[in-house]
Design a protein around this ligand. Sequence first.
Ligand SMILES: [Zn+2]
Length: 102
Amino acid sequence: MQLQCSYCNKMFMINKEAALAGLYSIKTEGMQHYDASCAYCQRATRIASDRMLQNYPNWEEEYETMLKEAKVFEKKQAALEKELSERKTKPKKEKKKRTRKR
Ligand SMILES: [Zn+2]
């Protein structure tokens, strides 16, 4: 979602994950806006919740999907870590000695 900073007037993007998380906090905390931090000046630009909803009318579904995907990712990550810990014979890394000559 593209936004314009109200301080420096530059256009910047906020990613979907951030927007969906913002919409979630709007819903759960009853906020009227979402604070998006500007990519250029880092200041928080207020976006009205209506505008957020216009951009993501099916945000609740998308949020669910995002959470599911995150869980799948976590599972994959856990499986990978398990596999790595079971593989006990790790190749030793050779330490590179820095030779400083002065
Ligand atoms: Zn800005």
